[in-house]
Design a protein around this ligand. Structure first.
Ligand SMILES: [Zn+2]
Length: 292
């Protein structure tokens, strides 16, 4: 994805990992090979790898720079984290933080960090290992967590291997240290960061999942987190992912989202859509598709 501009706001995508990932039947248990085959003409080549039969996905953050603030949306998996249930993420090492500096953002210059939800692949770089302890990576930032989401994870009701996604202690090493440092801001699901950026509550995939809407310079974008994991869900919004928490709510959120944004001007910026990532939801016969 090239840099997007909305008035004087600039949006960059910062990739941590990208490539062939899950098999469709694993990632989207509601999908069928026949229904998937009907969408092959547009999910290839960017989002489906015909050689391996796997989806192509990514884990990335977005960096939003306004005239006043630098905002980081979803902080990926992180380095050095103990993630034994997901081998490629276990004690992972990537140059993600150096890449952030390379696009001109020093960690101490980040004003806000927004986690659309508190799953393991959206909070990792919240902290980094400093002298054997997890410390906030962005020393001057306020970290925005939706109150409902924070309280769910803090209450311990999430089963470690359940539908909430493999947590592997990520709340303890990537959220609690931020809270203890006094840098967390628990916000309601409709919180406005400024005149151009406001949250929308979209609970379902997780109990306090939020999207972030950007409106500026006559343009609009929606950072949709994990409301959809794969572009094919624009055609089949009824398909939940294996990681969805409340299946009925997740499905209803996604169906409503696709209806609202179909053939609109909004650019959809999801958390795991592979390059070129940015696109719009457009009508495609009886269904919709994702147009990069
Ligand atoms: Zn995710």
């Amino acid at each position: 994805m090239r840099t997007l501009h909305f008035g004087d706001i600039r949006v960059d995508r910062l990739v941590e990992v990208e490539g062939p990932s899950f098999f469709p039947a694993f990632m989207l248990p509601d999908s069928t090979p026949q229904a998937l085959a009907a969408q092959r003409d547009w999910i290839e080549p960017h989002f489906f790898d015909p050689h391996s039969g796997r989806f192509i996905q990514s884990v990335h953050a977005y960096v939003v720079r306004t005239r006043h603030h630098t905002i980081l949306i979803d902080t990926c998996i992180g380095n050095d984290k103990e993630r034994p249930s997901t081998k490629p993420w276990h004690r992972m090492q990537t140059p993600w933080l150096d890449n952030l500096k390379a696009i001109g953002v020093a960690p101490e210059a980040v004003d806000f960090v927004l986690c659309t939800h508190l799953h393991v692949d959206h909070i990792g770089w919240n902290t980094r290992l400093v002298n054997g302890r997890w410390a906030p990576t962005f020393a001057n930032a306020k970290y925005l967590f939706c109150r409902q989401e924070y309280e769910f994870w803090a209450s311990g009701q999430a089963s470690p291997e359940g539908r909430s996604g493999a947590a592997d202690g990520s709340f303890q090493d990537s959220v609690l240290p931020v809270m203890e440092a006094g840098q967390a801001l628990l916000v309601e699901g409709d919180h406005a960061i400024d005149d151009n950026l406001r949250l929308e509550p979209t609970p379902g995939h997780s109990p306090g999942h939020v999207c972030l809407h950007l409106r500026a310079g006559g343009g609009q974008a929606v950072f949709s987190g994990d409301l959809m994991h794969h572009p094919v869900q624009c055609a089949h919004p009824e398909w939940n992912s294996r990681f969805c928490h409340d299946l009925a709510a997740s499905r209803a959120q996604r169906i409503g989202f696709v209806e609202r944004h179909a053939d609109s001007r909004a650019i959809i910026l999801a958390a795991h859509f592979a390059a070129p990532t940015a696109g719009r939801i457009v009508a495609n016969g009886q269904r919709c598709k994702f147009q990069v």
